[in-house]
Design a binder for this molecule. Structure first.
Ligand SMILES: NC(=O)C1=CN([C@@H]2O[C@H](COP(=O)(O)OP(=O)(O)OC[C@H]3O[C@@H](n4cnc5c(N)ncnc54)[C@H](OP(=O)(O)O)[C@@H]3O)[C@@H](O)[C@H]2O)[C@@H](O)CC1
Ligand SMILES: Nc1ncnc2c1ncn2[C@@H]1O[C@H](COP(=O)(O)OP(=O)(O)O)[C@@H](O)[C@H]1O
Ligand SMILES: [Mg+2]
Length: 283
């Protein structure tokens, strides 16, 4: 099984061309954060900005606007229930994230259904957290056109795939993915665990070599979604960008742990992203 390591990740993270502008580095829309889980979408949006996304917009519950503006002025905001505005905005995006802190209410379901109906072939959609749970609960069909990147933890994967956590072997996981790929061949699974595995559309399965239990803290996966969105927005091909994003998240956490930190908080990982990526691009 191929391993996701530092050498591989360095080969993906390239120096920026001199003659470039923000539009070259991904227009990202992150959607989530209900009135109770605003932190999740703030972490996702922050990770996207700090991992180099050119332009980030956050669609969330309006009660999160003030916190978002004060924590992350680089991001624009939009009410996640404003379908008229979102209908205009979504086609201008390269990468969308849906799910961190979205919740599972009727309103959350309405937002998810709307977004699933708007994404198109040239776009990548990262589906995480509550969005995975909602798709599983309501048997929502996957959109057939965009690139889909699912980022479940093991329980979310159980809900979505119907494979019990104890039975989540590569063979079982690949069998479910093979069925889904008959409808959309461009499905990637990032199955999060101590050693996260990434199942790519070409049927390869990659294993992360980094990560540690200091990462077992709320918001860790929310942060990963933003890093993945930024990587897909900036680096090609998208499959390699996903692998690199998984590694970057965990390697920064490993550095924090090596530095003596018992827990690796998302808020400490996020500000380390620009330097870490700069190092990868220059070595
Ligand atoms: N600050 C914020 O705003 C935050 C907001 N967040 C947002 O909250 C939403 C819900 O996401 P969620 O992951 O917290 O809850 P849920 O989907 O019910 O899964 C938990 C259930 O699964 C089980 N379980 C089994 N294996 C597991 C595993 N490997 N990893 C994890 N769980 C595992 C577990 O078992 P138990 O611990 O009970 O034994 C439990 O029964 C989502 O939108 C997310 O983005 C969070 O990110 C936190 C910070
Ligand atoms: N023991 C561990 N070792 C390595 N990585 C871990 C460990 N526990 C959690 N993680 C990582 O932390 C993240 C947890 O994601 P998730 O459960 O979705 O968190 P949240 O929804 O709270 O943001 C994943 O990237 C996972 O790989
Ligand atoms: Mg999560």
């Amino acid at each position: 099984m191929p391993k996701i390591d530092l050498k591989f990740t360095k080969s993906v993270i390239t120096k920026r061309p001199e003659n470039s502008y923000k539009g070259n580095f991904g227009r990202i829309l992150v959607i989530g954060g209900n009135a109770n889980f605003g932190g999740a979408i703030i972490m996702s949006a922050s990770a996207a900005v700090y991992a180099g996304a050119g332009l980030v917009t956050t669609a969330t519950e309006p009660s999160n606007f003030t916190a978002l503006h004060s924590r992350l002025p680089e991001s624009m905001v939009v009410d996640y229930s404003d379908e008229t505005y979102l209908k205009e905005l979504i086609p201008t995006m390269n990468v969308l994230v849906i799910g961190p802190g979205l919740g599972t209410s009727a309103k959350s379901l309405q937002i998810l259904n709307f977004v699933l109906g708007q994404v198109s072939a040239e776009q990548s959609l990262i589906i995480d957290g509550s969005a995975i749970t909602l798709i599983a609960e309501h048997h929502l069909p996957f959109p057939t056109a965009p690139k889909l990147i699912f980022t479940p933890h093991q329980m979310e994967w159980q809900r979505l795939s119907q494979i019990a956590i104890a039975d989540q072997t590569d063979d079982q996981n690949q069998a479910v993915l093979a069925q889904w790929r008959q409808h959309n061949p461009n499905i990637t699974l990032v199955l999060k665990a101590h050693r996260t595995k990434v199942y790519l559309p070409d049927n390869s399965v990659w294993e992360n070599t980094a990560g540690n239990p200091g990462m077992a803290t709320g918001g860790s996966g929310d942060t990963l979604t933003g890093i993945l969105a930024a990587c897909v927005g900036q680096f090609q091909p998208a499959d390699k960008a996903v692998l690199a994003g998984v590694y970057i998240h965990s390697d920064i956490a490993d550095e924090l742990t090596d530095d003596g930190n018992y827990v690796t908080l998302p808020q400490e990982i996020i500000p380390l992203l620009p330097k870490f990526m700069g190092r990868l691009a220059s070595d």
